[in-house]
Design a protein around this ligand. Structure first.
Ligand SMILES: [Zn+2]
Ligand SMILES: [Zn+2]
Length: 280
């Protein structure tokens, strides 16, 4: 399958914990999961929050023969991995799933993920996973894939650590940065570098700027910081992402309006939003 565009789809945009209240249904309650279906059909996924369940059902239905999925995890806090036990491709023997995530001294990425699949937290054991899996730990650097895609990555400040990603594919650049805390006086330099000239920047926007001071050291950002980075790094399109679980649809819409006054090509991501990124 080959196409003239990459397709970006948001399967989960909520931060911290899933929500299901009626005031939040437009933005959506699933936690972090973003899919890029590359123009050549490659499956690329950022984070495995609750949004990855429906994504997995979708992908699993598409394939009866061998196929691969590349999953890039920002970190292993619950809201970024909790959907994985319900990710249907893990239960298909003809799937090969490559996990990438930050290196931590305390525990391997493999153990952190496979630890989800065990009693008393889950009825299945990691031995019941039928897909082939690989686990690659990243610190700072870049990684090239067989199809010519490149992923660049760098760690950023967040409790227990997290990692930012820049995907370069067929001349298009998609940058995924979530669960990040900038300091009061300085935006994280590696983030500005990774975001430079991106076609699409997806960035943690957990809080309104007024709410950020009360949540210092929680590891998150404000829409104001997102728009500053978008301007400085000269990105083309900005998506606000990872909204606080207490924020209503109204709160997020208000955030979008205010952010657009600073950086006009801003969209507050919502569950189900799908955009095409035409190849150059
Ligand atoms: Zn999170
Ligand atoms: Zn986190």
């Amino acid at each position: 399958m080959s196409n003239s565009a990459h397709t970006l789809r948001f399967w989960g945009v909520r931060g911290s914990i899933p929500t299901a209240s009626i005031e939040q249904i437009h933005v959506g309650g699933n936690t972090s999961c973003v899919e890029v279906t590359a123009a050549d059909g490659s499956h690329i996924v950022f984070d495995g929050g609750t949004g990855i369940r429906e994504l997995g059902n979708n992908i699993a239905r598409m394939h009866e023969d061998y196929y691969e999925i590349f999953i890039f995890l920002s970190h292993t806090h619950w809201d970024h991995i909790i959907g994985l036990p319900f990710f249907a491709p893990l239960h298909q023997p003809h799937a090969r799933i490559h996990f990438f995530g930050p290196r931590r001294s305390s525990e391997s990425l493999e153990n952190a993920i496979l630890g989800l699949f065990q009693p008393p937290y889950f009825p299945l054991n990691s031995r019941d996973i039928k897909a082939q899996t690989t686990f690659t730990e990243f610190e700072t650097g870049e990684h090239e894939f067989g199809n010519g895609f490149k992923i660049k990555y760098a760690p950023h400040p967040h409790p227990n650590g997290a990692i930012s990603y820049r995907l370069e594919a067929n001349g298009r650049v998609i940058v995924y940065i979530t669960d990040i805390e900038h300091t009061k006086d300085q935006l994280v330099p590696s983030v500005i570098e990774l975001a430079q000239g991106a076609d699409v920047l997806i960035h943690d926007s957990q809080f309104h700027k007024e709410d950020l001071p009360a949540h210092r050291s929680w590891g998150h950002s404000s829409w104001e910081e997102c728009t500053k980075i978008a301007q400085i790094a000269d990105v083309k399109q900005l998506f606000l992402f990872h909204f606080d679980p207490s924020y209503s649809d109204h709160d997020v819409a208000d955030m979008e309006i205010r952010a657009r006054r600073v950086f006009p090509n801003t969209t507050a991501a919502r569950q189900g939003l799908t955009i095409e990124i035409p190849l150059p």
